[in-house]
Design a protein around this ligand. Structure first.
Ligand SMILES: Nc1ncnc2c1ncn2[C@@H]1O[C@H](COP(=O)(O)OP(=O)(O)OP(=O)(O)O)[C@@H](O)[C@H]1O
Length: 261
């Protein structure tokens, strides 16, 4: 990202109320290309709700979501996906009965569809398959391309979901607790995958994660939500060491030196 490049995504005073409860409270935050931002905070802080407001699963009570300078607050979740917001591990992204290759080819086609041109169909199909294979290679699934999606092990299904998001050319990739519910063997597979995506500096990555070792290993920046509000934002070590995080997130003050994160 250059100094003059505007943020890929930003939220402005984004707010949602459930009855009297303000779950996300006027959160203004901008996310730059090539940056992985971890969103942390205690249980019930509003992290998943903030994600849902960005990806369109929930509609805000007030405030805006802006992608590439366009106000997308009024768009449905599928339209936001088409606009470039890719939320991983929603399962709805996959066709369980189709092969791995078909899943990714369909995503490539959805992205590149230029209408029906009968004379070039065969050439186009070959090009789409080549692109799909490229995304499968990036996610380490090339040797499983003929497997049925539903029959893949859990870790490979997550890889496939990421391959689909790459094929859709999502500019923003969102991961909500990507290793939750995974076996010890599968965790490094998924973390490696996120490391690889992060290495692609064209992407903007948002990660909700409780495990501080995972956050430390991946994040370029951490933002902290507490009671729905943004209470800290900055470089990982500084944010983790800050009093506001020690008190609000880890439930202790740095003065006591008794962190248990
Ligand atoms: N659909 C809903 N209706 C009513 N209240 C909701 C709804 N969704 C979330 N909430 C409330 O909003 C608050 C924020 O919840 P959210 O799941 O976003 O927190 P979180 O930070 O992701 O928590 P966790 O770390 O436990 O996943 C909580 O008090 C939750 O009970």
């Amino acid at each position: 990202m250059t100094a003059t490049e505007p943020p890929v995504l930003r939220t402005e005073e984004l707010t949602i109320r459930f009855g009297g409860h303000v779950a996300v409270d006027r959160v203004s935050c901008a996310f730059d290309r090539g940056t992985l931002t971890a969103i942390v905070g205690p249980n019930g802080a509003g992290k998943t709700t903030y994600f849902n407001l960005i990806s369109g699963q929930l509609r805000s009570t007030a405030g805006k979501v802006v992608l590439f300078g366009q106000d997308i607050t009024g768009l449905t979740a599928p339209r936001r996906t088409r606009a470039g917001i890719g939320r991983a591990f929603q399962l709805t992204n996959l066709f369980p009965n189709l092969s791995v290759l078909e899943n990714v080819r369909i995503a490539v086609q959805a992205r590149h569809d230029t209408g029906l041109d009968i004379w070039s169909l065969a050439t186009r199909r070959r090009e789409l398959i080549e692109l799909a294979e490229h995304h499968l290679a990036r996610t380490g699934l090339l040797d499983k391309m003929d497997s049925v999606a539903a029959e893949l092990p859990h870790g490979d299904q997550r890889k496939l979901e990421v391959a689909v998001l790459l094929a859709l050319e999502s500019e923003v990739l969102m991961f909500d607790e990507p290793t939750a519910g995974m076996s010890v063997d599968e965790v490094p597979v998924v973390l490696d995958l996120i490391h690889q995506i992060k290495a692609d500096t064209a992407k903007t990555v948002l990660l909700v994660e409780h495990k501080m070792d995972v956050v430390r290993s991946l994040a370029d920046r951490i933002i902290v939500l507490h009671n729905g509000a943004l209470v800290a934002d900055g470089a990982p070590e500084a944010v983790i060491a800050s009093d506001v995080v020690q008190q609000a997130y880890l439930g202790t003050s740095s003065a006591s030196g008794d962190g248990h994160g």
